[in-house]
Design a protein around this ligand. Structure first.
Ligand SMILES: Cc1cc2nc3c(=O)[nH]c(=O)nc-3n(C[C@H](O)[C@H](O)[C@H](O)COP(=O)(O)O)c2cc1C
Length: 228
């Protein structure tokens, strides 16, 4: 996201690193695989796994072992939540058939790259507490659990790309979601793949620099807008 006007410190842009992998000696250009690394150009030190996380579109199609996936969902499992309601729900699609079916809910450019990821996930939230009252924080808690899942994934060499670009009505039918369970996002998950294999417009985006608003635009002291 470009920095909003008025930012005190415009986002620093650092070049992304392209890593050539799987090479023996110097192969012809077409045999080269391009794996992007895009560490965040941070303004203060943060954990490496947070800095190195990003949302790629090129995934290695190799399947992800069940025990690896279990660690990701275990990370989500131990997220805090309002009243410990644990509203997050994840519906996985791993086989070719399941991924093809899950891909039918994707929209726009997501249809160009996401179906190739080895795991597609529908992220949903149960919107009621056990007593039937609405859980106003279901979305917050589900995002929070998913963030922990993503940090765990990064620590294991996996990447996750979340998507709002999907048809929620279709998702409700395809994933047989019950009443009061809302589909929130789709996610593609896997090991990084060959960025050179992406179609043109996406290949360019894959290597685009990362940017963020400066802290003074979202951290305030005491009251809205007061500089911290
Ligand atoms: C809720 C959510 C929805 C998103 N939807 C899409 C999407 O439909 N398609 C897409 O290519 N990226 C999508 N993204 C990825 C964002 O564009 C990406 O996280 C953002 O540009 C920052 O880049 P980074 O994750 O590499 O730091 C989504 C991210 C989130 C958290």
């Amino acid at each position: 996201m470009p920095a909003a006007p008025g930012s005190r410190s415009p986002p620093r842009r650092i070049p992304c690193r392209m890593k050539e992998i799987g090479l023996a000696a110097i192969p012809p250009p077409r045999a080269r695989k391009i794996r992007m690394e895009k560490p965040a150009p941070v303004d203060a030190p943060i954990l490496d796994h947070l800095r190195n996380r990003w949302s790629p579109r090129a995934f290695d199609p190799a399947p992800i072992p069940r025990e690896t996936l279990r660690s990701l969902f275990e990370a989500a499992r131990w997220a805090p939540s309002s009243n410990n309601a644990q509203p997050w729900r994840y519906i996985l699609s791993e086989t070719e058939d399941a991924r093809a079916r899950a891909s039918t809910v994707l929209t726009g450019r997501n249809t160009l790259w996401a179906p190739k990821a080895p795991v597609l996930v529908c992220v949903a939230a149960h919107t009621l507490f056990e007593d039937g009252k609405p859980n106003r924080h279901a979305w917050y808690d589900t995002g929070q659990a998913t963030s922990l899942l993503i940090v765990q994934a990064t620590s294991m060499g996996l990447f996750v790309h979340q998507m709002a670009g999907f048809d929620a009505v279709k998702a409700r039918a395809v994933f047989a979601l019950p009443e009061n369970v809302e589909p929130i996002a789709m996610m593609a998950l896997g090991r990084p793949g060959d960025a050179g294999s992406l179609p043109d417009p996406l290949r360019e985006r894959e290597s685009a620099p990362r940017s963020r608003r400066a802290q003074d635009q979202f951290v305030f002291s005491g009251a809205w807008g007061a500089p911290w």
